[in-house]
Design a protein around this ligand. Structure first.
Ligand code: T5A
Length: 197
């Protein structure tokens, strides 16, 4: 399962809550994050979230390189061993941030993401969405921590619209993340239920 969405929508909070709930049913569960998840991809994360200038096209390829590393080195072996994997971000983040946010050609970005994700396609993707004011309040409560969080409100608006557009295009469910964490977990659990067997 991949949890997607803009800044402060609650992905990390919900990934941990879902992992706990799944493990209570006797399943082995692991939460991974993008970019990151193993030593090479964590080194890439530092570069990608850092201040060194780069083109948005290079960003698409670099996020996808880190994605390939995570999928092949970590996710595939976990799934093969029977562990459930919850990923904090995936391909829709590249389309929303680099495509809609930074203006990269969407067809090109989609084709790069498709090639990468074919290495280990997700069973389920869900976008968490919150009102922009809620996201802004959560972000400002936490303070600026990386180059994307520091971008202006127009950028975040394009990113949020991008998630909505890409989710509709790909038939991905959008779940409201504005309410209390336990309520949001219930909503997400509902999307998972058909896959629990
Ligand atoms: N990126 C990533 C790209 O540009 N392209 C890509 O292809 C990929 C994969 C990653 C950055 O990289 C960019 C996007 C990102 O900017 P990150 O730190 O991994 O950065 O991701 P962020 O989205 O920045 O992580 P956040 O922490 O901002 O958002 P989350 O995970 O959605 O939110 P979470 O759970 O950490 O919660 C944020 C705050 O809100 C509170 C939490 O306690 C926390 O303080 N909160 C709630 N409060 C009230 N009610 C709820 N329901 C709440 N849920 C959480």
């Amino acid at each position: 399962m991949v949890l997607e969405g803009g800044e402060g929508t609650g992905k990390t909070t919900q990934a941990d809550r879902l992992a706990k709930r799944l493990s209570e049913t006797g399943r082995r569960v692991r939460v991974v994050r993008e970019p990151g998840g193993d030593p090479f991809a964590e080194a890439g994360r530092e570069l990608l979230l850092g201040p060194i200038p780069r083109t948005p096209e290079a960003e698409v390829l670099a996020f996808n390189a880190m994605r390939a590393q995570l999928l092949v080195a970590v996710v595939r072996p976990l799934l093969a061993g029977g562990t459930w994997v919850i990923a904090d971000r995936g391909r829709l983040s590249t389309l929303a941030y680099q495509g809609h946010g930074r203006g990269v050609d969407l067809e090109w970005a989609r084709s790069v993401c498709d090639v990468t994700v074919s290495l280990c396609p997700p069973d389920l993707e869900v976008v968490l969405a919150v009102d922009p004011a809620v996201s802004a309040a959560r972000r400002s409560a936490r303070g600026v921590t990386d180059r994307f969080e520091a971008a202006d409100d127009h950028f975040h608006q394009r990113v949020n619209e991008g998630f909505a557009t890409e989710a509709a295009r790909a038939g991905v469910a959008i779940v409201d993340g504005t309410d209390a964490p336990s309520t949001v977990t219930e909503r997400l659990w509902h999307t998972l239920t058909p896959r629990l067997g």
